[in-house]
Structure formats: C-alpha cells, structure tokens
Design a binder for this molecule. Structure first.
Ligand SMILES: Cc1cc2nc3c(=O)[nH]c(=O)nc-3n(C[C@H](O)[C@H](O)[C@H](O)COP(=O)(O)OP(=O)(O)OC[C@H]3O[C@@H](n4cnc5c(N)ncnc54)[C@H](O)[C@@H]3O)c2cc1C
Length: 538
C-alpha cells in the first residue's frame, strides 16, 4: 500500500494502528513461539473500559483556567481520553495497560488550537504547578510520556492533534512549514498534493507526528536517501511557559551555536515545538526496491560500509542478520527458514528515473564486487509492502504468552560487530538465566560514513513477571552498549528509560548545562519532569 493511502485512525489504548490490519498470528509464528517454550496464553487483557483510573487531581480553578484558554470542549477528563493518553507504546507500557494498570493516566487532556493557545496553556499550568506532557502521536517507546508527578498539583497531556496544517510551501527553496500535530500520512498526503515528499517513513509512521519526530530526533527507513528528521529541519517554533522562541531564518548560519539542535531531541522538557520548517523533495518519478543475499553479516556489513563511505548511496539500505533473514518479520507468511540462507540486504532507490538508473547501476557494481548475490525485485517489494506491519504482530504475541520488544543503538564501523555480539550475548544470557531462552534478531537499520545503527528484536516466552523479566534484560543490554562505548539510543530517544544512561553518556557537567537551559525556559519545571533529565530534587 502506498504511504499516502494509509488511513489516519484513532488509536486503541493497546492495539496498534488500523483495526482492519489486525488478523492474529500466522501459524509460522505460533510454531516459533512453541519452540521458545510458550505453552499457555497470557492472562486476557483487561478491556479498556474496565481499566480503573486514579481520581482526577486537577482543581476546579485550574480546569476552569484551562477551559478559558482553549474552550471547555477542548479539555477532556473523560475515561477514554485519559486512558488513550496513558504512557506510550513500549512493550512494558502495553503489558501494564493489558494488566489494568493505568496509574500514570493524566488528569486531563487539553487540545490547543494554535501556537498562542499552547503558550497560554503552559502559563496556566506554570501558575497552578501542573506538570505538562507534550503529546504529538504518542508512540514513544522509552517512557517519554510518563513524567514524574511528585510535587505537582496534577498532570495534563497537551495533545497537538488540532495543529494539523501544512502552513506554507516554498517550491523554489523546497521547504514546507508543517504543524506539530500532523500525523505522518496526513503530512505526506498534503505535501504530495503540492508535488513534494518529506521522505520520512519510520515504522511508527501510522501513529507518530511531526512534533514527535522533531522532539525525539526520529530516523525513518529511507534515511540513507532523505536523511534523519533532525537533518530535514531548517527552522522551528517553540512555545515555552515564558513565551516563544523562533529559530532558523536561513539555510545555514555562522551566528553562534545552532540552537535548533538544542531543541531537536529535547523531548518536551524545554518547550513545545508547534511547527517546523522542513526541507522537502519532489515526489520521486521512479522507485525500485531489490533484495541482495550476502554469505554472512560481516560480508554484508562490509558492502554497506563501501556504499556509505564511497557511494553511491541508495535511498533505503539495510541488512538483516542470519536469524532475522530466516524469520523475516516483514513477511511472516514466508517465515522460518524457508529462505535461501545467508543475510538479506534491502536496497531502494527513489528519484528521477535517469538518476535512479545511474545510481542503481553504480551501486549494483559495488554490491557485486563485495560478494552480494542479486535476488531481484521480489524481496525488495515484499519488504516495502510489509514495512509497517511488524508492530501489528506485537499484541497477538503478547496475548499468546510471548514477550517481544526492540532496542537500538549505534556505533562506529570499527566497533559494530563487537557491539552486536555483546548485546546479543547480554540479552541471551540474562533471559536464558531466567528460564526463558530468547531469539535475538538484529539488522543494520541506518548507515553513515562513519558507522551505523543496530536494531535488535527480542522474542521469548513471558515469565511470571514479564515486567521484571524485560527490565533485567534491558539493563543487561544497556550495560553491554555502554561497555562498547556505543550510543544508548540511535532514534527512539531517551524518555525515562534511558535517562540514567544518557546522563552517563554526556557527563555531569553537560547535564548541569541542560538543566540550566531548562531553568531559564521552564522555571517552574512543569514540562515533562523526569523525562530526559532527572526530576528536580530527584
Ligand atoms: C511500532 C513502533 C515503531 C517505531 N519505529 C520507529 C522508527 O522507525 N524510527 C524512529 O525514529 N522511531 C520509531 N519509533 C519511536 C517513535 O515513533 C518515535 O520516537 C517518534 O519520533 C515519536 O513521535 P510521536 O509523534 O509519536 O511523539 P510522542 O510519543 O508524542 O512524543 C515523543 C516525546 O517527545 C515529546 N513531544 C511530543 N511532541 C512534542 C512537541 N511538539 N514538542 C516538544 N516535545 C514533544 C513527548 O512528550 C515525548 O517525550 C517507533 C515506535 C513504535 C511504537
């Protein structure tokens, strides 16, 4: 299905995406789960309307003040709105909701309709000491939507879905101004009507939004060709409790540090990004996706490195390890060892037809010289068709009694294989020691001249306490990542889950500097307390 045809759907609290795409588990995955010792389904999920919520803590005065700014109909303390905005989409988030735990539910969800309304809401919240969770698509997988409550008179989620306009297109400069609440498919549809594409397709495309892409420095599956989201942003507008910051008036500047980069990745702790000016590209006239087989992960990685360092670079470039190639989550119908073995690489080329033909021919020579075997368009097109489908498998796997979660990191090329081995070993040892031996799948998801990101998928049987089970596995993986000197996250962000590791990665002086900036922009400390940085006094 084309990216623009994906519907924008209201999200169920714990069922991903479009209900029409939920079709249960393919038999091959069932068989694989049995092989991992999954014998009985997990306890049935508590139905959403039966999940108890904590009492609303917001005072009547605060609620009235919020209603004055955005209209009473845009302040919702109802069960459905609060539940749908409880935490994000990590597996622990889903396990808690399935078990009926919504202790982190906000007291109200506020839907501002303009930048000025966002500033006004932040001022009201600062005055009433209410913590604020900026919320774009709500697909955070790192605890970025569950701030600390202690010391606050309530928690309000600021849902930006009403900020959903394509404000402006400059076809000469090839830039567009997009509001923060535009979901991926909405933004892409509006841009294509003007002949442009953003080219940003994370796996969470159906749910994530422009503001979240910027706030959490997202990377899409076509990042080799279109760049990461932080590379696309040329300007942005930030609402803070103290007013507005507007950055980026020219393509490049030598005036002081680039403060756009301070806001990108700030995960809602410095302010609320209400719009961004992004670089856009013409809708590609040609798209070609292909598969390649390499005898080993090392051989495939060497080929990807050649392309990343010496070119030419395809638009999509990724490499699955042996196990992931055999399991093939993008196409479960073909799962489990039915493939030809080795490691599957996907190459995709988008652009002007003549340019695509030349780039593809040159890249093909490099891949052949590096020992790759061309598999033709079949695997490439099947990856493209299935690239947003894997998240739909998570709920049925959890219901069947399995545990599935992902994590990602990045390292320089020279340390990539050591990193893969260390993380795989850490996860395998920890989970096997708990009596639930896992399969650990890995792929190179994004490439750069100097290195690449590794994306791991872990599947095993659920233990009696799956939250403790995953917490231990994740701690072991984080330790392995840190011991290799790799990045604690490549594109999922910090949230609360990676806060301690991030602080170690940048050091105490840098944490203090970030806190000082926060103190200036958000003196009452209401914005996402405990996300990215330790909560005040914590
Ligand atoms: C199934 C699945 C697949 C995923 N695949 C990818 C992938 O391929 N690539 C990738 O990069 N990520 C991926 N993610 C992670 C997630 O989608 C990204 O981090 C995405 O950028 C979040 O966007 P969002 O709009 O949902 O943000 P949200 O979840 O709403 O917010 C993310 C963080 O930013 C803050 N925030 C939100 N909006 C604003 C704003 N306007 N201003 C300031 N702060 C704000 C929030 O408080 C939160 O801390 C995936 C997640 C899931 C569940």
């Amino acid at each position: 299905m084309a990216e623009t045809e994906l519907p924008v759907v209201g999200f169920h609290p714990y069922l991903w995406g479009d209900p029409a795409h939920h079709s249960g588990l393919p038999p091959a995955i069932h068989a694989a789960l049995s092989g991992l010792g999954v014998t009985a389904p997990s306890r049935p999920a508590v139905p959403p309307d039966a999940v108890p919520l904590p009492p609303v803590a917001l005072s009547e005065q605060a609620r009235a003040a919020l209603a004055t700014e955005v209209g009473a109909e845009h302040v919702d303390s109802g069960h459905d709105a609060r539940l749908a905005h409880t935490r994000g989409w990590s597996t622990p988030d889903l396990l808690r909701l399935r078990a009926g735990d919504a202790a982190d539910a906000p007291d109200a969800v506020v839907f501002p309709g303009s930048h000025d309304e966002v500033v006004a809401v932040l001022r009201v919240c600062a005055e009433h000491r209410i913590a604020v969770v900026p919320y774009s698509g709500g697909t955070s997988v790192v605890g970025g939507l569950a701030p600390a409550r202690a010391g606050f008179a309530g928690v309000v989620t600021l849902d930006l879905r009403r900020l959903d306009a394509l404000v402006e297109v400059d076809p000469v400069s090839r830039t567009a101004v997009l509001q923060a609440g535009l979901r991926g498919p909405q933004a892409e549809r509006l841009l294509r009507e003007q002949g442009f594409t953003l080219g940003h397709f994370p796996q969470s495309y159906e749910g994530a939004s422009i503001g979240g892409y910027a706030a959490a420095r997202s990377a899409g599956q076509s990042s080799a060709g279109y760049g990461r989201f932080d590379e696309m942003v040329v300007g942005l507008v930030l609402a803070t409790p103290r007013g507005t910051v507007e950055l980026g008036t020219a393509p490049k500047s030598a005036a002081g540090p680039d403060l756009r980069q301070l806001v990108l990745g700030s995960e809602g702790v410095l302010g609320v990004i209400t719009s961004v000016r992004v670089r856009v590209r013409p809708v590609p006239g040609e798209r070609v996706f292909e598969g390649w087989r390499f005898p080993s992960f090392e051989a495939g990685a060497a080929a990807l490195r050649r392309l990343a360092q010496d070119g030419p670079l395809p638009t999509v470039l990724r490499l699955s390890d042996e196990l992931e190639t055999a399991v093939n989550l993008a196409d479960p119908a073909a799962a489990l060892g039915s493939g030809p073995g080795g490691c599957l690489a996907i190459t995709g080329y988008e652009g002007d037809p003549a340019e695509v033909a030349a780039r593809r021919a040159a890249a093909t020579e490099v891949l052949l010289a590096a020992g790759g075997t061309p598999l033709g368009a079949g695997p490439g097109e099947s990856w493209r068709a299935g690239r947003f489908r894997a998240p739909y498998l998570r709920d049925p796997i959890l219901a069947a009694g399995g545990l599935v979660e992902t994590l990602e990191t990045a390292a320089f090329w020279s340390g990539l294989h050591r990193l893969r081995a260390a993380v795989t070993e850490a996860l395998t040892t920890e989970l096997t020691g708990r009596g639930t031996p896992p399969v650990v799948l890995c792929h190179i998801s994004h490439v750069y001249e100097t290195g690449a990101s590794l994306y791991f998928t872990v599947v095993c049987a659920q233990a009696a306490d799956p939250l403790a089970q995953w917490a231990a596995a994740k701690t072991a993986a984080n330790l392995a990542i840190r011991s290799c000197g790799a990045a604690i996250t490549h594109h999922h962000g910090v949230g609360t889950d990676h806060r301690a590791a991030y602080a170690e990665e940048i050091g105490p002086l840098a944490v203090e500097a970030l806190n000082a900036v926060k103190q200036v922009l958000d003196p009452a400390g209401i914005l996402n307390p405990g996300v990215l940085l330790p909560p005040a006094g914590g």
